[in-house]
Design a protein around this ligand. Structure first.
Ligand SMILES: NC(=O)c1ccc[n+]([C@@H]2O[C@H](COP(=O)([O-])OP(=O)(O)OC[C@H]3O[C@@H](n4cnc5c(N)ncnc54)[C@H](O)[C@@H]3O)[C@@H](O)[C@H]2O)c1
Ligand SMILES: [Zn+2]
Ligand SMILES: [Zn+2]
Length: 396
């Protein structure tokens, strides 16, 4: 089959690889009909190469049709239409019982000290072949699926794999009080969708920040107040405070992550590390910490005293300096983590109705054949051609 593979720093290629087969009695194989590129894939594309091996199949936002199931699988059968959550979870361990699916004790990657295995997400997360491919093997398929109805096009449901539950969890974790205010940093797919969800939850004040024209325009067009970071590199916290009674927002969502704009030192270190041998970079990434923390620093500085920061942007390092004094003195609550996808599906499903209040049908800016993945990654990374969300189609 054809699959999108990681080959090196900013080097992606579409290769012929072996078709996946059922290996365990609780596996399923799906024929992938739509599969997105995510901001998280950009971390692998650039910064986290030390944890990738040439030939690794990328992708964790896939949906399609069940082709085959192992002998223990009763919950889905060939012909069913499913979305595949980005994390692999058993659905029955101690963590899964508590809806902490990204901590599933059956799939945790203990050798790396990581939580639940993820599709297409480096050896830190189990080196599981990903979903940017014609077919996908789904382990723990008794739970690692979301059954969806026939009918509407894939666009309606494909974001259940990641964007929707991640944005939903970000808003939940932000814990905005009644009548309160929310600042969203970063208007990629996650921040954009978090703004839409915040609107649906009737959060009174939502302020959104980015530095890319199309992304600001997309969010503004839905009636959300935006601030262009390029115009406020030096005074963003003051500008936001002025908009929130002088105190700062009750809650801030950081939907930026480790490649934030505005962290020149770390940006340089990330670039250097990307060209060192893995044996050098791996401990460097894990221990020295090469995160670009500009967005997180903004969140800490801007949130009101006693407020909450909800982190959905992915960070990876260990020793980056954090302003502990401000965090402690301002009495900030921090909540974070990979989204526990299936925890939020029942809450989200009613929004995927005929009226499409979240605008998922038009959410993708590009729908491209799988074979154009290298160009698609490049475009998404450079934020060129208005690319916000790119869907890859293996069968067109
Ligand atoms: N927690 C989870 O389960 C989960 C799931 C999916 C994605 N993520 C993470 O969420 C983050 C966002 O993902 P995405 O798909 O929206 O990616 P993205 O890269 O498209 O979006 C990031 C946005 O942040 C903006 N930005 C950069 N620096 C900024 C700054 N200093 N202030 C404000 N905005 C800034 C960029 O212009 C961009 O629009 C990534 O770190 C991704 O890994 C986490
Ligand atoms: Zn994703
Ligand atoms: Zn489990």
């Amino acid at each position: 089959m054809k699959a999108v593979t990681w080959q090196g720093f900013r080097d992606i290629s579409v290769e012929d690889v072996a078709d996946p087969i059922i290996k365990e009695p609780n596996d399923a194989i799906i024929k992938v009909t739509s599969t997105n590129i995510c901001g998280s894939d950009l971390h692998l594309y650039e910064t986290m190469g030390a944890f990738m091996s040439p030939g690794d199949v990328l992708g964790h936002e896939a949906m399609g049709i069940v082709l085959e199931v192992g002998r223990e699988i009763r919950q889905i059968r060939p012909g069913d239409r499913v979305v595949v959550p980005f994390q692999i979870a058993c659905g029955e361990c101690w963590m899964c019982d508590r809806s902490l699916y990204t901590q599933c004790e059956k799939t945790q990657v203990r050798g790396e000290g990581s939580g639940a295995a993820l599709f297409g997400y480096s050896k830190l997360y189990g080196q599981i072949p990903g979903g940017q491919a014609e077919y996908l093997r789904v382990p723990e398929a008794q739970f690692t699926h979301i059954l969806i109805p026939e009918g509407p096009p894939d666009d309606r449901f494909v974001y259940l794999s990641d964007v929707l539950p991640t944005a939903w969890q970000a808003v939940e974790y932000a814990g905005v009080p009644d009548g309160g205010s929310l600042l969203v940093l970063g208007l990629g797919p996650i921040g954009d969708m978090a703004c839409r969800i915040a609107q649906q939850k009737w959060i009174d004040t939502v302020i959104a920040v980015d530095l890319v024209d199309e992304r600001l325009a997309r969010v503004r067009s839905r009636g959300i107040q935006v601030v262009d970071l390029r115009e406020h590199e030096d005074d963003l916290p003051e500008v936001v405070r002025e908009l929130t009674d002088g105190r700062g927002p009750d809650s801030v969502i950081d939907a930026v992550g480790m490649e934030a704009h505005g962290s020149p030192g770390a940006a340089f270190a990330q670039r250097v590390a990307a060209h060192l041998p893995d044996a050098v970079t791996e401990p460097l990434m894990k221990k020295a910490g090469l995160d670009r923390l500009a967005a997180l620093y903004t969140a800490i500085e801007t949130v009101r005293r006693g407020g909450t920061i909800s982190l959905s942007g992915v960070y990876g390092g260990m020793a980056d300096p954090l302003p502990m004094m401000s965090l402690f003195d301002k009495q900030i609550q921090l909540r974070m983590g990979q989204a526990n996808v299936k925890r939020w599906i029942p809450d989200i499903m009613p929004f995927l109705t005929d009226e499409d209040p979240l605008g998922v049908d038009e959410f993708a800016t590009h729908r491209l054949p799988l074979g154009q993945a290298p160009e698609a990654y490049d475009m998404f990374q450079r934020k060129a051609d208005g690319a916000v969300k790119i869907m890859l189609k293996p069968w067109v």
